[in-house]
Design a protein around this ligand. Structure first.
Ligand code: AMP
Length: 500
């Protein structure tokens, strides 16, 4: 049987006239129309020289047609390579020189500025409104396309990791990585054709593309496809939806709006959060205001989704839940690699059909991150008696001060628990005596005026001396990337520059 992801996403086969996309202007796009458009794009890609195994890189605005292009690439047996729309021409140049795609699709407005970034790739264009050389070519192409035969181990996509340290690496995902994870999530989260998801995430990332879209396409449900996150648009569509998938910032922003209450969320059966830690406080406030317990899950570009709080059963705030069926998680010692027991903190390693096949053209880096079938996620965490996983930070964010290991999350949780604190980020900065000095960057709630001395004093009653920040600075907001992740590298850089 053809293991091509397109054939494995069952909802695509059975969708027919059912609605797949609801657009903000009220138009709807059926499964039949999506498949026909993907055939046209696939024919256009083949005519433009794409063969199985070739990479097709895209840096385009979100639209339903960009999902048709994703499916077209997969159907042609090629490898889909989505790029963050915020990347500059210099960054794009690196990705394209590394991945050597056959085709690079960009927005028509950026074509000239990206001309020199494309290397040997043929540049084609496509706008969110469906204009450009690729859609024009597709318009005249056949609405039929025979999906290319692929094995489960063939590559379907490459996602470049955000690369906050060193060069960005291309995570190679196979057809079966993506198909198996979509199937697992449909079952775990009880998705059916009747679901309607509010899709307000970007589609160049695992969350918006492989979780949100693949789950929808796997079960034949529909999505309200928004160009981005807007509080007003979410409130407009909540009454028509059954599910929202978001990053924690979606939830904190919605909580700031007085329209958020039980009535506004009455039709929703599932709120999912991921990509960055959801504060326990946000979880609790959300539950108090709406009656819903947000389901937090944990995954990454390299592995798709690893763990999820249960659909039925207790969703525990501050944890990322249990390993998904078929996924094995173990915690290992950060220096010796020895497998740790319940309640012991260490490196999170993961094995399963979801785990990628390696970094593109980086065999040494790949070998360094795998031990047998286990991939070292770079996250540090702990598993409790009941099997729930909690993440305490990234290995690279671990602070070593005076020979002691400090997990930023532990210090952040104590700071966040102080009355008047909105949130915080704890980082290590170079220090002549200690190696690194624990440093906190704190955001206060409006109207609150805590001092550095006060916070230090409070913390010294709760934390061992070596964990208490040596310096605390205050900012209006923490720097976050588009997926809501706090950019600790940015904090480290700016703090070093101002000599904090
Ligand atoms: P990315 O590859 O961009 O999706 O980033 C993956 C990383 O995001 C993971 O390795 C974690 O560090 C972080 N992450 C994802 N989901 C969660 C979560 N629910 N809680 C905390 N961190 C998360």
């Amino acid at each position: 049987m053809n293991q091509n992801l397109f054939d494995m996403l069952g909802g695509l086969r059975t969708g027919g006239e059912a609605v797949c996309f609801v657009l903000p202007d009220g138009r709807t796009i059926s499964y039949r129309a999506l498949i026909a458009r993907s055939s046209q794009f696939a024919n256009a890609l083949v005519a433009a020289g794409v063969s199985p195994g070739d990479r097709v890189a895209v840096q385009i605005e979100k639209s339903w047609e960009s999902i048709a292009l994703y499916l077209a690439t997969i159907r042609a047996g090629a490898v889909f390579l989505p790029l963050n729309t915020a990347y500059t021409p210099a960054e794009v140049s690196y990705f394209l020189s590394d991945a050597e795609p056959r085709i690079f699709v960009c927005d028509p407005a950026r074509e000239s500025s990206l001309a020199e970034s494309s290397h040997d790739a043929r540049i084609m264009t496509m706008s969110a409104a469906g204009a450009g050389s690729l859609p024009a070519m597709a318009d005249t192409a056949s609405r039929e396309f025979a999906t290319v035969e692929r094995s489960g181990d063939d590559l379907a996509a490459i996602l470049y990791t955000s690369g906050t340290t060193g060069r960005s690496k291309g995570a190679m995902l196979t057809h079966s990585n993506l198909a198996s994870n979509a199937k697992t999530l449909v079952t775990a989260w009880q998705f059916t054709k009747a679901d309607r998801l509010i899709h307000a995430l970007p589609i160049f990332h695992t969350h918006g593309l492989f979780v949100a879209c693949n789950v929808t396409l796997a079960c034949g449900s529909s999505m309200i496809f928004l160009p981005g996150f807007s509080v007003d648009e979410i409130f407009r569509f909540l009454p028509e939806a059954t599910c929202l998938m978001g990053v924690p910032t979606f939830y904190t922003r919605l909580l700031q709006d007085s329209r958020l209450n039980r009535e506004a969320t009455a039709g929703i059966r599932l709120f999912v959060s991921g990509s960055a830690p959801l504060l326990a406080e946000t979880h609790d406030e959300w539950r108090a205001r709406t009656g819903h317990a947000i389901l937090e899950r944990y995954g990454m570009s390299e592995t798709n989704m690893n763990t999820s709080n249960p659909y039925e059963g207790e969703r525990i705030a501050g944890t990322v839940g249990l390993p998904l069926p078929g996924v094995t998680i173990r915690i290992t010692d950060l220096s010796t690699g020895e497998v740790k027991g319940v309640g012991e903190v260490g490196a999170i390693e993961v094995a399963g059909p979801n785990v990628f096949s390696g970094y593109w053209r980086m065999p040494e880096k790949t070998a360094a991150e795998f031990r047998g079938e286990f991939f070292n996620t770079g996250d540090v965490g702990v598993i409790d008696q009941r099997g729930y996983v909690s993440i305490v930070g990234r290995t690279k964010d671990l602070i070593i001060s005076g020979g002691y290991n400090i997990y930023p999350k532990e210090v952040e949780s104590e700071i966040d628990a102080l009355e008047g604190v909105m949130e915080s980020a704890v980082i290590g900065l170079p220090h002549p005596d200690f190696g690194e000095a624990v440093t906190a960057v704190v955001v206060l709630k409006p109207g609150c005026a805590l001092t550095e001395e006060f916070i230090k004093q409070e913390l010294s009653q709760r934390l061992a001396r070596f964990k208490v920040p040596k310096r605390i600075s205050f900012v209006k907001e923490l720097p976050r990337n588009v997926m809501g992740k706090v950019q600790k590298n940015v904090l480290r850089e700016s703090a070093t520059q101002i000599g904090t």
